[in-house]
Design a protein around this ligand. Structure first.
Ligand SMILES: *[C@@H]1O[C@H](CO)[C@@H](O)[C@H](O)[C@H]1NC(C)=O
Ligand SMILES: *[C@@H]1O[C@H](CO)[C@@H](O)[C@H](O)[C@H]1NC(C)=O
Ligand SMILES: *[C@@H]1O[C@H](CO)[C@@H](O)[C@H](O)[C@H]1NC(C)=O
Ligand SMILES: *[C@@H]1O[C@H](CO)[C@@H](O)[C@H](O)[C@H]1NC(C)=O
Ligand SMILES: *[C@@H]1O[C@H](CO)[C@@H](O)[C@H](O)[C@H]1NC(C)=O
Length: 423
């Protein structure tokens, strides 16, 4: 009787368990086969195929049709056909791809992210990318591109492209209109190349007008041209660190004043910054000037309206004379430069001292000179008013005296007249 009752309770529980298990396995084993070819791996959630470091020479045609496919660190040398129409992410990092046939991606209408970093692509042609109507991110880091020629992205083949990464591509030249056709581009990475000028890349009017972030750090830029950033009215972040820029004139950032929040000019050769260079950047919140050759900085060059920006000034050969006292006084600047790396290089008597040290500040004597100027002014005005009052009093007094002298003069005349008259 005990047995029967237990089995009677067990049966529905078992049925329940089997049903649950089958339900779980049904939702799980939808996409991935039990064995994967080429030692690739397959994942269900999210559905993705990964063939990393499995010595592939071509993209296999018998992989599961996953929206994400990683075929990295292999030996693929050319892209001639891709049989996976439903791809959303395709990662082909670190292969030996030299040849990308025209129209090879033309059926990948859903592809949003294409990563081709670390390959041997030397030449970009517009028809390479035809059909990539959904592509938003194209990463080409570490390909030997050398020269970005005019029109390589033309034809509006990638109308949605918003991120283009071209770091470490040995780029030394960018022809005018190289980015023509990328009307939605927001994020452009040109860092770690050999670019000497951005004029032809970003200087065009209207071109790249949607750009929000530009990284041109680690290049060989010496001069910023007058119109280099002329059309970049939406730019938010500009990184120009690790270049060879010497001077910033008052007009170079014309055109991108309105929305710039971060400007990085660190690790350059800056000796001169125009007092108006950053003045009209109303939302600037971070300005990096560290590791340059600046000896002084005009207080008016920083935009002080609204929230005060964070300004990095350490590691420059500052001349700590009274012209720089404002730097010491600005809390928003000293707060970011408190590690003893903001040192005075001149004058001789304060050489090597911390600019932001409050005790024994090198600027203490500037208080005296400032108050001396105030004292001189006050004394001058006191003297002036004394002189004016004195003059008025003198005139009144003299007038009075003259009058009274004239009045008494008649008496005197009367007194004195007889003897004179007598004479
Ligand atoms: C898969 O990997 C194992 C060892 O990691 C290797 O012995 C085998 O040859 C590989 N198979 C293929 C098809 O590459
Ligand atoms: C692919 O597999 C490799 C290891 O074989 C791993 O390091 C890598 O993160 C994987 N990539 C993805 C996108 O899952
Ligand atoms: C500044 O950025 C905001 C938000 O990103 C945008 O709405 C605005 O149009 C931009 N201003 C200019 C002048 O581009
Ligand atoms: C500026 O650039 C330098 C060097 O590339 C980097 O270390 C630093 O974090 C950047 N600063 C800001 C505020 O972006
Ligand atoms: C100062 O140094 C400390 C420790 O090295 C570091 O965590 C901090 O970020 C530095 N501060 C600045 C403003 O560089």
């Amino acid at each position: 009787m005990d047995k029967r009752s237990t089995s009677g309770a067990l049966l529905p529980r078992l049925v329940c368990c089997v049903w649950l298990l089958s339900a779980v396995s049904l939702t799980a084993a939808v996409h991935c086969p039990t064995t994967m070819p080429y030692n690739c791996t397959c994942r269900e959630e999210p559905f993705a195929v990964n063939c990393t470091n499995v010595a592939l020479k071509t993209i296999p045609t018998n992989l599961p049709h996953a929206p994400s496919m990683t075929i990295a660190n292999n030996k693929i040398t050319s892209l001639t056909t891709i049989a996976y129409d439903n791809l959303v992410n395709l990662i082909l990092t670190n292969n030996e791809i030299k040849l990308v046939q025209d129209n090879v991606f033309q059926h990948l209408k859903s592809l949003t992210k294409l990563i081709l970093s670390g390959n041997s692509i030397a030449l970009l042609r517009p028809d390479m990318f035809s059909g990539l109507t959904s592509l938003t991110t194209l990463v080409l880091h570490g390909n030997p591109l050398y020269h970005l020629q005019s029109g390589i992205f033309s034809g509006s083949h990638m109308p949605m492209l918003s991120t283009l990464k071209l770091s470490q591509c040995s780029i030394y030249e960018i022809s005018e209109n190289a980015f023509d056709g990328l009307t939605k581009l927001q994020d452009l990475d040109l860092s770690h190349n050999h670019i000497t000028s951005l004029t032809s890349a970003t200087g065009g009017k209207g071109l790249l007008s949607e750009l929000i972030s530009l990284d041109a750090s680690h290049n060989w830029i010496v001069d910023i041209g007058k119109d280099d950033f002329g059309g970049l009215s939406k730019l938010n972040t500009l990184v120009l660190s690790h270049n060879k820029i010497k001077t910033i004139s008052s007009t170079v950032f014309n055109g991108l004043h309105n929305n710039l929040t971060a400007l990085n000019l660190s690790y350059n050769r800056l000796t001169d910054i125009s007092p108006a260079a950053f003045k009209y950047m109303p939302v600037l919140s971070a300005l990096s000037l560290q590791f340059n050759f600046l000896t002084t900085l005009d207080v008016n060059s920083i935009p002080w309206h609204g929230d005060e920006p964070v300004v990095h000034v350490h590691d420059n050969p500052w001349r700590c004379d009274c012209d720089l006292k404002w730097l010491f006084e600005k809390k928003s600047i000293s707060a970011w430069n408190t590690n003893g790396t903001t040192k005075c290089a001149a004058p001789k008597n304060v050489e090597g001292e911390d600019l932001f040290q409050t005790e024994h500040s090198v600027f203490h004597h500037c208080y005296h000179s400032v108050s001396a100027a105030v004292v001189v002014t006050i004394v001058f005005f006191i003297l002036l008013s004394v002189a004016v009052v004195g003059f008025i009093v003198y005139r009144r007094y003299c007038h009075g005296r003259l009058r009274s002298m004239r009045a008494s003069g008649t008496d005197k005349e009367k007194v004195l007249s007889p003897p004179y008259r007598r004479v």
